[in-house]
Design a protein around this ligand. Sequence first.
Ligand code: PMP
Length: 405
Amino acid sequence: MSLNVAALRQQFPILSREIDGKPLIYLDNAATTQKPQAVLDAIIDYYTTCNANVHRGAHQLSDEATRRYESARDTVARFINAGAREEVIWTRGTTEAINLVANGLAQLLQAGDEVMVTEMEHHANLVTWQQACKHSGATLKVVPINERGELDETAFESMLNPATRLVAMPHVSNALGTVNPIQTLTAKAKAAGAWVLIDGAQGIAHGDVDVQAIGCDFYAFSGHKLYGPTGIGVLWGRRSVLADWPVWLVGGEMIQEVTYQDATWGELPNRLEAGTPDIAGAIGLAAALDWFMALDQKAIQTHEKALLASAHAQAEEFDGLQIIGTAKNKIGVMSFMLDGAHPADVGFILDRQGIAIRTGDNCAQPLMKKLGIPGTARASFSIYNTMDEVDALFSALRKARKMLA
Ligand code: PMP
């Protein structure tokens, strides 16, 4: 069955907005997705009916808040097929989730150890490891990509060695749209004895993520890229790894016993969750996942593929437009350059026509440098975008080309 996009759009109040009198065409979904009414309602309902701190109150409101908050953890665990609910650690987002792992790793690394990332990293999955290496004397290795923006799997394999402590790579590249063969690569890295972290910030929004099938040790993602609120994210980690992972954030909630001189840590998941969490965010994210899981997943994927295919087909016919990232397995985003035009100018002209895209370095400066470009314009698609909106993007680009010629 095909996706009823018109009905779906009705559930997103913001999509009926106008920008300077023009209907909003929101094509910046890789930056953040819009939120359906179900998510807005869940957040308002929480604050309206049972706002309280969790885990600590001796009163009914706190019990109710704790129940909703912990049930949100169950929802996430189901969504990614975690082996246990304690494997789901709340964070502020992908960035914080990766920081949690990297700061723990920094306490384990020694000179001579290696950490491997790829040339297509978002800064969140690069600077974190770079700093962990810098502070411990370990070496950061960077796996190259080919001209289509795909990982060089031969290099990946040959760079793995007994000194490799951890491999971090994106599920899907935010700048190029490349979908990495994470299951195969994880198996290779695990065979070499390394921990594996997948940056799932982009991958999570596009369908079935089964952390057990992937075989990784950590999978990090943000709620806001998956129709949930900002400020909430998840680090999934294999229980046997998380149980001993050196803690990073310390304070209330995560301890077992505290004296003036020392402290011991509690059990998972609390030991990695210091302080009052984003309770409303967790509840909002669970609402987003429930909402998302109720949709026809096959129909969603078919629709998203069709949007990207249409964008690519039109881009290939478009004189002077260069697509950045042409991996065989690609999803969600189309980065591009218009000959002779700075991406920021393209973004500005599109915005005047109500079309929201991203421009700039895509939080991937080293990648842009490698590609020899200042940045890109990037259109990214979600389940509520329509074929008409893709067509509108290209009419707007034709105008932009005329204005910038
Ligand atoms: N990694 C990738 C691939 C991303 O696209 C993003 C968000 N642009 C992040 C990490 C960081 O996510 P957040 O800002 O939500 O922490």
